[in-house]
Design a protein around this ligand. Structure first.
Ligand code: SF4
Ligand code: ZN
Length: 303
């Protein structure tokens, strides 16, 4: 039996897998996505880790009933001792599921690997931490490549724990715009941005891990060496400890975020987007964040 503390219930394997799928359907139905997927291509942004592998697995399973196509996209950020192992597991999963895998090299596209970025940060030459660069470049490349293959939607493996961590991070940064914007579906402001959705939005990290094991999915247990440098990592430890003392904390925090989104969503004036003068992607400034970082890195590397 599997105990879900916050529900105060224990579920058998079959009931847990059904519960898991119901929570994914809650995202697809609740956002009106399900009725729009037919005949479309969904690209799943995958890393080879448990969450994105779960997202890929379940979206592929549902694709037969709801008549849409699925492909996987991997951005190889060039982290030695980590990326090659996860990529190997992902290739095996894509073969097992019969899903096409698109592999994109960050080095080739953006001129650097995250290993290089981490070294520059460690030497005090770059203020930005590896995750800050990795996240911006990854989202940028994901959008470009998903568009190139004709995808209508991008799915990511963000789970409930990720959402709660992001919520707290946005509070710390005082970023109300992002709190309001980040939901189970992120709608594009203009044509070039492909809508993103998060099938695991209502599922915790623990539930994701259980699903991964019960479905017989596999990944090597290597962690990105730079994860510990991020604020997210510290928050994760803190929120997990709060959850242990007071079960249901994560779900309550998500509910607070959801009511803020509903109440403030209409009142917050969305930033006007224009095109980046260098790459043409949507941005609220003259130059998008990805181009800005790329230029800064080129300048530091040349110096
Ligand atoms: Fe990139 Fe940070 Fe994730 Fe590592 S932990 S893959 S640096 S975002
Ligand atoms: Zn740009």
């Amino acid at each position: 039996m599997i105990k879900l503390n916050y529900l105060g219930e224990s579920l058998c394997k079959e009931c847990f897998l059904r519960y898991f799928e119901e929570q994914v359907m809650r995202v697809l139905k609740g956002t009106g996505l399900l009725s729009r997927l037919s005949g479309k291509l969904v690209v799943v942004a995958t890393s080879g880790g448990k969450d994105s592998s779960n997202a890929l697995y379940i979206l592929k399973e549902l694709s037969e009933s709801y008549d849409y196509e699925v492909a996987a996209l991997l951005v190889n950020e060039g982290i030695k001792g980590y990326r090659e192992h996860k990529a190997k597991a992902l290739r095996a999963l894509c073969t097992r599921l019969g899903v096409n895998l698109i592999e994109v090299s960050m080095k080739k596209e953006m001129g650097v690997t995250i290993d290089q970025v981490a070294l520059l940060h460690e030497r005090g030459k770059l203020r930005l931490k590896p995750c800050s660069v990795c996240g911006v470049f990854r989202r940028y490349l994901m959008n470009i490549y998903a568009k190139e293959v004709g995808a209508e939607y991008v799915a990511t493996g963000h789970n409930l724990d990720d959402e709660v961590q992001t919520f707290i991070m946005n509070i710390i940064r005082g970023d109300l715009q992002s709190i309001v914007r980040e939901g189970p579906v992120t709608r594009p402001h203009i044509g070039e941005l492909i809508p993103r959705f998060k099938p695991l939005y209502y599922l915790t990290e623990k539930e994701s891990m259980l699903h991964f094991i019960l479905r017989g999915l596999e990944t090597p247990y290597v962690e990105c060496p730079y994860a510990k440098l991020s604020m997210r990592y510290q928050l994760r430890t803190m929120i997990n400890s709060l959850e242990q003392h007071s079960p249901g904390t994560k779900h309550r925090l998500l509910r607070v975020k959801e009511s803020l989104r509903k109440k403030l969503g209409q009142q917050i004036i969305q930033q006007r987007l224009r095109r980046c003068s260098l790459c043409g992607m949507p941005t609220s400034h003259d130059i998008c964040r990805a181009c800005e970082i790329k230029i800064e890195l080129e300048r530091i590397i040349k110096a």
